[in-house]
Design a protein around this ligand. Structure first.
Ligand SMILES: [Zn+2]
Length: 393
């Protein structure tokens, strides 16, 4: 079985294995009962019935528990300093709070040293990994100067492959009187400095942030530099973000909380993934996105944490699954698919979000007999072991 110097490992007696490959098992999740998985180096080498598993160097008995692909969290904002505890506390206590918002985090991030930002990214990546997240996208967006945005992306790229340039998060206070000048900066010198460190370009297309024309200019400029668009779209109200994302062939339109029928149709007829971020609605007591409506129309839906210190300070994909099932009309199967294979679609990855031969060996062993328990047992730390690139974390 050994094809190189790395030892092979078999996970056997998996009560229920989610492969996300319908050709390997039952339904869209490709479920296999009493399954085994063989890991060779950083890849999956074999998947099938436990009784037929080939001989390996090592074996781990899953003991009647479920195994799922590692979560693919396709939307987070981890390069920041400081926190917004007081703002959250005031919001949830019904007290006015005048300062705060993204500007607070921008000021703290600009003032922080590289080591502080680097340690924060590492901390939240590790936190996610412990909860089963084996692929993590993250963004800039709290620097908002040429130097601070490039620094954020450089630090993010040291620790993850999925890095997004979000210089267009908000118009920073220093450009409050000249938003057009800020768009020129983002599409000019800032993009030049940032493009080498990023794979994606993103815009917060929303009233109070960037309008449709500004968003188009920024995404188009990014695409000309080789960055693929993704868009913060239709989070706080109706707007042009979703339609623009589809028109420009963005990998995903993220939030999708306030959608017209035309928005839903546009997503359903496109390759653009609708990424839903229920941690944000939870943490701001906002209206839930309607996942059922998108799924029934035929759109591809991903679930993600939006982990950030202001509106969604969670790194937990199981928490997002539970919210999506309870409040957004998703079935447990759909939510698990969206948190794994859906996230991979949103990042245009075929090597993660599935447990199939040749895929990266990213797996989560649940202390439960079924993936359904992720929604059925909310708040319980069910992820009991994680393999990332074939290594037991
Ligand atoms: Zn976001």
């Amino acid at each position: 079985m050994t094809t190189n110097s790395a030892p092979t490992t078999a996970l056997t007696h998996i009560a229920q294995l989610v492969t996300n490959d319908p050709s390997l098992g039952e339904g869209p999740l490709g479920l296999i009962q009493d399954a085994a998985v063989v890991i060779d180096g950083d890849r999956i080498a074999w998947v099938g019935p436990s009784g037929k598993a080939p001989a390996t160097d090592n074996a781990v008995d899953a003991g009647g528990r479920a195994v799922i692909p590692g979560f693919v969290d396709s939307h987070s904002h981890l390069v920041f300093a400081g926190d917004r505890t007081e703002e959250f506390n005031a919001r949830m206590s019904g007290r006015p709070y005048s300062a705060g918002g993204i500007r607070t985090t921008v000021a703290a991030t600009r003032a922080a040293g590289d080591d502080v930002l680097r340690a924060n990214v590492a901390r939240y990546l590790a936190e996610g990994l412990r909860q089963g997240t084996t692929t993590q996208e993250t963004k800039s967006g709290y620097g908002l100067t040429v130097e601070d945005e490039a620094r954020a992306l450089r630090i993010a790229a040291e620790q993850t492959d999925e890095v997004t340039f979000l210089g267009a998060h908000i118009v920073p206070p220093d450009h409050a009187d000249d938003p057009a000048g800020y768009v020129d900066l983002v599409t000019g010198p800032m993009l030049d400095a940032c493009a080498p460190h990023a794979r994606w370009v993103d815009v917060f297309c929303e009233k109070g942030a960037f309008d449709g024309d500004q968003a188009r200019a920024i995404l188009t400029a990014g695409a000309a530099k080789g960055l693929v668009p993704r868009v913060h779209a239709n989070q706080l109200g109706h707007g042009p973000g979703v339609q623009l994302a589809v028109e420009l062939g963005a990998a995903s339109a993220d939030h999708c909380t306030h959608l017209t029928d035309a928005d839903v149709d546009a997503l359903a007829g496109s390759e653009t993934v609708a990424t839903l971020l229920p941690g944000a609605e939870f943490s701001t007591r906002a209206t839930w996105p309607d996942a059922r409506r998108l799924l029934d129309a035929g759109a591809t839906v991903a679930l993600s944490t939006d982990c950030n210190p202001g509106s969604s300070f969670t790194s937990s994909m199981p928490f997002c699954i539970a919210l999506a099932v309870r409040d957004m009309g998703m079935t447990p199967d759909e939510a698990v698919w969206s948190a794994t294979a859906g996230g991979a679609r949103a990042l245009r990855r075929t090597d993660v979000g599935r447990i199939t031969p040749g895929a990266r060996a990213d797996l989560a062993l649940l202390d439960a007999p079924s993936h359904v328990h992720l929604a059925y047992r909310p708040g319980v730390p069910l992820v009991s072991a994680v393999w990332h690139k074939g290594v037991l974390v």
